[in-house]
Design a protein around this ligand. Structure first.
Ligand code: CA
Ligand code: CA
Ligand code: CA
Ligand code: CA
Length: 603
């Protein structure tokens, strides 16, 4: 009786767990004060940790990811640094000294409050050097390694897998800051090569480091107050040369943060920009639209911002607010159909109540011209998170290849971290690819990996590689998708250090996966779906030596088949056992009666 009760209890718990989409306690335990600022695997255990800002933007802390709940926890020896005199504006993890261990770049301003919108104040850059399990907090807040105007873009200028920065110096000149193995020298500043003087850079900006012309060399996308510039990357000096300019979309008062997405799933990156045709008197957005730049022109994706009740929504924008002081989009394939979807924070007109929504990539129904895709706002996709959210970003909590969401709820006074579990109602396949720097550390110890002891795999958070795949769908069509790895880093862009491609229900092998960086590329063929591929591109210029490790995640369907098979086997064993026992009993009886007969005959 007790056994049955326990069984019922377990079944109910399991059902509830799969139905519940708000998994905040399972993810954060009780600690929801940290505001997500960046993602990266700090302690090299292949689980993506979350870098948060807390204590009113005065402290940065790393929440380490675990396989058991709570999934994100503060470390025993807290990985936390405090900046008592300044205000943290961004956090960018990466290896800034080439020792293969992740460091953390923090930018701050000396302005005291979030409401202070003085944009002339300088940005201070600090590097917190990382050991495998500790973080060296900066001792001198008054001497940042760099002072600049606006936030920097993390990139790799000289292809040595040590992260460098791009931005503008105090004189408003465009500069690259090159980091090296010697922490004491810190960096070299190189002005951007140019033959004519260019516009000042935007603040905030949506600069990006990704390959735009398919030569596997990351290029530079620069945002200025009136236009976008594309600079092509080269192996030799000058590292970047001006290529072309894209004017901002016409009739747009406000330009949000641009994003690069393979909207049509054609194997090329489209520039997607949120805009507002007008600005409300309080500075908020009016006339929201999603624009895509395709073949030399801007196309309005005709997103319907009216909900089912007829209310009109806008991109939420509020000066001096947390996360929503710029319009930021984040992309990822939420429903695993291959087409990248978008997360955005909206608000109804004249209502000061932000809410994040999923914009699903759908086939364009009418009036689309030559662009075949559009976005449809899924008003209930993130429920039960319906009572105010300032931010939503994609994150894979259970390493099952399904993108969940990490959110920040906001009730008008208080911000809190939240977690949403994406429960897909069908068994979709995926492929997850992560490109590491490939740097190694001689002092590396063995750690308990997911399968026994193993060496640490080092150096996540490499900006710039392009990752693409080709596969054949069940209908026999060729599908080609591409995604850049970590093209943006500033202004809480919250890029994941890996890429997940949804494959829909295609159970076939993926024909090929191609990874390209620093003018080199390597293609791997016949990849098993539902596998996680870790690429170690070392040596950088000898692509044939690059390695790929595959971890296969069994899909729900396979697990269910295994369970069913085990149950059937068990049942058969029991039946065989019973039959066997019966037969033996009968044999016994027969033998007994036979012996009786024998005695009888003998007489
Ligand atoms: Ca390092
Ligand atoms: Ca470098
Ligand atoms: Ca390129
Ligand atoms: Ca999708």
């Amino acid at each position: 009786m007790k056994g049955i009760r326990t069984f019922i209890c377990v079944v109910t718990m399991l059902t509830l767990r799969t139905l519940a989409s708000d998994i905040t306690p399972l993810v954060f335990g009780g600690f929801t004060e940290g505001m997500p600022a960046a993602f990266g695997d700090f302690n090299s255990d292949e689980l993506t940790d979350v870098f948060v800002v807390l204590e009113n933007n005065k402290a940065v802390e790393i929440l380490l990811a675990h396989e058991e709940e709570p999934l994100l926890r503060q470390a025993k020896d807290r990985l936390r640094c405090v900046f008592s005199n300044s205000h943290i504006t961004s956090v960018v993890p990466g290896d800034f000294d080439g020792d293969a261990l992740m460091d953390v770049m923090v930018t701050t301003t000396f302005k005291r409050t979030e409401q202070d919108t003085d944009t002339t104040s300088l940005t201070n850059v600090y590097i917190l050097w990382g050991g495998a399990n500790h973080l060296n907090c900066t001792t001198d807040e008054d001497s940042p390694v760099i002072q600049m105007i606006g936030q920097p873009l993390a990139m790799d200028y000289n292809q040595d897998m040590i992260i460098d920065l791009f931005g503008q110096n105090k004189k408003k000149e465009r500069m690259f800051w090159i980091f090296n193995k010697d922490r004491s020298v810190a960096h070299t500043a190189i002005p951007m090569y140019d033959n004519i003087s260019r516009e000042e850079l935007s603040r905030p900006h949506a600069h990006a480091f990704l390959d735009l012309n398919h030569d596997y060399m990351a290029d530079l996308f620069i945002t200025t107050p009136t236009q976008f510039e594309v600079w092509l990357g080269h192996e030799n000096e000058p590292k970047f040369t001006y290529n072309n300019t894209i004017k901002h979309p016409e009739n747009s008062k406000i330009i949000g943060q641009s994003l690069f997405v393979d909207v049509e799933l054609k194997g090329s990156m489209d520039l997607v920009t949120p805009v507002c045709a007008e600005q409300q008197s309080n500075g908020n957005c009016k006339g929201a639209a999603l624009m895509v730049y395709s073949e030399g022109q801007w196309i309005n994706l005709q997103v319907n911002f009216k909900d089912d009740a007829g209310n009109l929504w806008q991109f939420y924008l509020k000066q001096g607010s947390r996360y929503t002081n710029v319009i930021t989009l984040r992309s990822g394939d939420f429903n695993m159909d291959g087409y990248p979807d978008i997360l955005a924070t909206l608000a109804q007109e004249n209502v000061d109540h932000p809410q994040s929504f999923l914009l699903e990539n759908v086939a364009c129904q009418s009036g689309c011209g030559k662009f075949k895709r559009s976005y449809a706002i899924k008003w209930t996709a993130l429920s039960p998170f319906r009572n105010g959210t300032a931010m939503a970003a994609f994150f894979d909590f259970y390493q099952d290849g399904i993108l969940d969401c990490i959110l920040v709820t906001y009730n008008g006074t208080h911000y809190q971290a939240g977690a949403f579990k994406n429960s897909l109602d069908y068994d979709a396949n995926f492929i997850k690819v992560m490109v590491l720097t490939g740097l190694t550390n001689k002092h590396s110890q063995m750690i308990n990996g997911r399968v026994g002891k193993k060496r640490r795999t080092y150096g996540t958070n490499l900006p710039g590689p392009s990752i693409s795949y080709k596969t054949t769908t069940q209908e026999g069509n060729l599908r080609h998708g591409v995604s850049p790895q970590m093209p943006q880093s500033a202004h809480f862009s919250l890029n994941l250090p890996y890429t997940i491609f949804g494959l829909g229900r295609t159970p076939n092998f993926v024909d090929s996966v191609t990874v390209g960086l620093s003018n080199n590329s390597r293609c791997w063929t016949q990849i098993i779906p539902n596998s996680q591929m870790v690429v170690i591109p070392w040596p950088v210029n000898q692509a044939w030596k690059w390695k790929a490790q595959l971890f296969v995640t069994p899909s729900k369907l396979i697990l269910m088949s295994v369970a069913a098979l085990t149950a059937v086997c068990g049942m058969i064993t029991v039946i065989i056992g019973v039959l066997h026992w019966k037969e033996r009993q009968e044999d016994k009886k027969e033998r007994l009666s036979e012996s009786h007969r024998f005695h009888f005959d003998a007489m």
